[in-house]
Design a binder for this molecule. Structure first.
Ligand SMILES: Nc1nc2c(c(=O)[nH]1)N[C@@H](CN(C=O)c1ccc(C(=O)N[C@@H](CCC(=O)O)C(=O)O)cc1)CN2
Ligand SMILES: NCC(=O)N[C@@H]1O[C@H](COP(=O)([O-])[O-])[C@@H](O)[C@H]1O
Length: 209
């Protein structure tokens, strides 16, 4: 079977993207990243992609009249490269209904909390960890899920917990969770590329090999 053609959307540093690049390179993931798109020009993830020899572009939202038009351009770029799976690796914009429909069941997102806690509109990046600390929960973690029209409401693929210590700060918590994110995202993409993920309504079944 030929490697799954992957498109990646980013907005920032790209450490999750890097974990996918590294695990494709070492043969752990049977995939090929065809295109990386960032909605932010300064995203270091673009540099990571270029350093890995992957087409990496900044798509300026200001060039488009609406979020819908911006998403239609995303669809065009990914379809032009026959992308089969889209990974949201720290992408901080909500995808449109059209894009979700076009790639239904083929968009994976990584989120730095245990969904359904600390997620949805306004919860992204360090804001998530600040919410965890402000609330005083004792466990947090990471979630990889399929993306639907809601924000962080799609079927959950994998989750793993991280214990919150009394002396944790946003930075220390972010670092602990990011390590788990890298592991979970690689596992989920590997399972997807192996055809091991089955979506049954709200549930994701992992086929045992
Ligand atoms: N249709 C969907 N789109 C996206 C999903 C999803 O589940 N369904 N996941 C998000 C990622 N995400 C959390 O995992 C997320 C991203 C962004 C926001 C948010 O509130 N963004 C701000 C703008 C932030 C900025 O540009 O600085 C906003 O939209 O006002 C919340 C959650 C990716 N897309
Ligand atoms: N709601 C989406 C969200 O908060 N995504 C988060 O942005 C960070 C991106 O880091 P990276 O650019 O180093 O991969 C990651 O922690 C990811 O979970």
């Amino acid at each position: 079977m030929s490697p799954v053609k992957i498109g990646v959307l980013i907005s920032g540093g790209g450490t999750n993207l890097q974990s996918i690049i590294d695990n494709i390179k070492n043969g752990n993931i049977d995939g090929e990243i065809k295109l990386i798109i960032s909605n932010r020009k300064e995203a270091y993830g673009l540099t990571r992609g270029k350093d890995a020899g992957i087409e990496s572009i900044y798509l300026d939202r200001k060039l488009f009249n609406s979020e819908e038009e911006y998403n239609l351009e995303l669809i065009k770029e990914f379809k032009a490269r026959n992308v089969e799976l889209i990974i949201l690796a720290g992408y901080l914009r909500v995808l449109s209904k059209e894009l979700i429909e076009e790639f239904n069941g083929r968009i994976i997102n990584i989120h730095p909390s245990l969904i359904p806690s600390f997620c949805g509109k306004g919860y992204y990046g360090e804001k998530v960890h600040q919410g965890v600390l402000d609330y005083g929960v004792k466990i947090t973690g990471a979630t990889v899920h399929f993306v639907d029209e809601g924000t962080d409401t799609g079927p959950i693929i994998l989750q793993e917990i991280v214990y919150v210590d009394s002396e944790d700060t946003v930075d220390t918590l972010k670092e602990k969770v990011l390590k788990i994110e890298h592991k979970l995202l690689v596992q989920a993409v590997k399972l997807y590329c192996e055809g091991s993920l089955i979506i049954e309504r709200r549930k994701v079944i992992i086929k045992q090999r």
